[in-house]
Design a protein around this ligand. Structure first.
Ligand code: ADP
Length: 480
């Protein structure tokens, strides 16, 4: 349990932007400094060695020239002067210089230890054969150089100078530089770590702010706005979020309105039924005719209640998110014919002429039940809000992508300022008339939702006292 918990915690920490930012800053800030120090120190060390070796070679060659020009090996003339020179070089560089003649006898040793002895060293013999060498001890504490002494005319090697010097002081300087570099690197790493912590905290502050704001909104403070300053991206996020919240608030408001409308609409018939029933109860010896009359009214109210409930159920089914589409390929011409057949008798009661104009046969992928409900609501409205002896024209047309249904009537028309609201739930232009005709204010909402579920569009054109035309456009192939 504890292991799982700590693993989750570690994952969360590693995944956090703060930790990653912190790690990146440290890597960028420290690694180049460390690499730089290491490279610089090793380059210095190499350079110092090379310099020392070339200086020693220069002096060695000078001594060799001096030995030849003074005839050091043939006579002992001027040898004191040359000896002093050799001693001086050995002293300055804190080392040992040994001069060997062609018989491998040591003729000069600045340490004075081995003069007169014979030297049998590989380097010296090689040097006599013409290969001068530089030997550097692996730990680089010690360097040995052999320089040939060549006769000016015969170019014959007449002797060898062996120089051995300690490089300890170079190593000492390297150590000092190394220590300084370590101190400097540690100081820099500490500074980088501190800067990284401060910057990582600062840089992730807007995110913390967003989380806090979101938490508060989750607690129910939906009126608060998300106001995050800092990065442009964060500002964009908070702006988009505020838009989303505004939309949610609008939806919540419309939901509350809908619930209160539903309660009100459902209560109205019940209140009427109660009033009718109460008056019958209050009147002790009410005649049978009165009972009959009131019962007819009560039945009408029950029917109205039933219609509202049915319309509400249809609307819920048409909810864009909840509804499931049952798509089949059907003839729209036939579907319209069926609807007309059912609605003509209602129109006939008021002598309203209903005609269907089909411009071509149309077969489309639709949900038959939902589309029928939408179109029949439009045609029912065209009859309901018509004048006696009026007309209703339904037309069907199509192109290669869509089919178009037009429902035009010669009715009362819709005032321009009401046209924006007629698709809203429970909206009625004339409440009294709608109630008279048994309207619930839900018909057009159902129709619009059904059309939208088919990825279609519905529009209204109307002129008061002249008539109304609804146009519906739906794709021939269903787009999921
Ligand atoms: P209702 O059940 O009241 O008919 P609808 O949602 O179907 O509800 O229509 C909303 C309102 O739009 C109606 O109350 C009516 O005032 C108006 N309306 C709808 N269709 C027409 C039409 N063809 N002619 C005139 N007014 C209409």
């Amino acid at each position: 349990m504890l292991v799982i918990f700590s693993k989750v915690k570690t994952n969360k920490l590693l995944g956090s932007m703060k930790a990653q930012l912190f790690a990146v800053l440290i890597l960028i800030g420290s690694i180049p400094m460390i690499i730089f120090s290491v490279v610089m120190i090793s380059t210095y060390n190499q350079q110092a060695h090379n310099q020392r070796v070339s200086e020693l070679k220069y002096h060695g060659n000078m001594i060799a020239n001096l030995l030849v020009s003074t005839g050091y090996f043939s006579s002992n003339s001027n040898s004191k002067e040359v000896d002093t020179e050799i001693d001086q070089v050995a002293e300055i560089y804190d080392g040992r210089i040994v001069v060997v003649d062609s018989g491998l006898h040591i003729v000069k040793d600045t340490y004075g230890l081995e003069e007169g002895k014979t030297i049998i060293s590989e380097e010296v013999i090689k040097c006599f054969r013409g290969t001068n060498s530089t030997y550097v001890e692996p730990g680089q504490q010690f360097v040995e150089i052999t320089i040939p002494i060549t006769h000016l005319e015969t170019k014959e090697v007449i002797g060898v100078i062996v120089m051995s010097f300690s490089t300890k002081n170079i190593i000492d300087i390297k150590k000092i530089v190394e220590n300084k570099a370590i101190v400097l690197t540690i100081a820099l790493v500490i500074a980088v770590v501190m800067f990284s912590i401060i910057y990582a905290i600062y840089a992730t502050k807007p995110f913390k702010k967003v989380t806090n704001s979101l938490d508060r909104m989750t607690e129910g403070y939906l009126d608060e706005k998300l106001a995050v300053s800092g990065y442009t991206e964060m500002k964009d996020i908070s702006e988009s979020f505020n838009h989303m919240i505004a939309r949610m608030q609008k939806l919540e408001k419309s939901r509350q309105e809908f619930v209160s409308n539903v309660s009100h609409e459902l209560k109205t018939p019940i209140t009427s039924i109660k009033v009718l029933a109460d008056s019958l109860i209050m009147q002790e010896d009410a005649p049978v005719e009165m009972y009959r009359e009131f019962m007819v009214d009560i039945t009408e109210e029950i029917e109205r209640e039933n219609k509202i409930i049915n319309d509400l159920l249809s609307l819920v089914k048409m909810d864009k998110t909840a509804g499931e589409m049952n798509i089949t390929s059907i003839s729209i011409n036939e579907l319209l014919e069926q609807l007309m057949k059912r609605l003509r008798p209602i129109a006939a009661k008021r002598n309203i002429e209903v005609v269907l104009e089909s411009y071509r046969p149309v077969v489309a992928e639709v949900d038959e039940v939902k589309l029928s409900l939408a179109i029949s609501n439009l045609i029912e409205n065209a009859i309901k809000y018509n004048v006696d002896e009026g007309w209703v024209r339904v037309s069907l047309n199509a192109d290669h992508k869509f089919f178009y249904i037009k429902v035009a009537d010669s009715g009362v028309g819709i005032p321009e300022d009401a046209q924006d609201f007629i698709f809203e739930r429970f909206y009625r232009v004339d409440k009294a008339r709608s109630r008279e005709t048994g309207g619930t204010g839900l018909g057009l909402s159902i129709a619009r939702n059904a059309v939208l579920m088919h990825r279609g569009a519905i529009k209204v054109y109307s002129k008061i006292n002249e008539g109304t035309t609804f146009t519906v456009r739906i794709p021939l192939s269903y787009i999921a």
